[in-house]
Design a binder for this molecule. Structure first.
Ligand SMILES: [Zn+2]
Length: 102
C-alpha cells in the first residue's frame, strides 16, 4: 500500500540544458514541430526521459534513455516550485521559438 504522504508528494522533474545537437544513436534529433536541430532541454521524471524544444514542443524521445540522461546530468544548481516556472525561467516556454544562439 502506498504511504499517503508519498502519494501527495509532488513529482520531481530533473532538467538539463543541451545546447548542441543531440544524436544518441547516430541520427540527429529534430523537433517535429519546428524543425530545430539543437538547443534542447532534457527532462526526466519517474525514470522517463523527454526532450523539449525552445518552441515548447515536448515529446518522449525513444532514443534517449535514463542512462543517457544521467550521463549528462550534474548536481542541480536551481530549483523551482513547479514545472511551468522552470520552463519560463529557462526559456523553454515557447517565447524564444526560432531563436538561434551562436
Ligand atoms: Zn521546436
Amino acid at each position: 500500500m502506498t504511504n499517503p504522504a508519498e502519494a501527495h508528494r509532488p513529482s520531481v522533474i530533473r532538467v538539463v540544458e543541451h545546447p548542441d545537437e543531440l544524436n544518441p544513436r547516430g541520427i540527429t534529433i529534430t523537433c517535429p514541430s519546428c524543425g530545430a536541430r539543437r538547443d534542447w532541454l532534457l527532462l526526466e521524471t519517474r525514470g522517463r526521459t523527454f526532450v523539449r524544444c525552445r518552441c515548447a514542443h515536448e515529446w518522449k524521445e525513444a532514443d534517449l534513455d535514463l542512462d543517457y540522461f544521467n550521463a549528462n546530468f550534474c548536481y542541480p544548481d536551481r530549483t523551482w516550485p513547479d514545472s511551468r516556472d522552470a520552463m519560463i525561467a529557462m526559456g523553454f516556454d515557447g517565447l524564444l521559438a526560432g531563436a538561434v544562439w551562436s
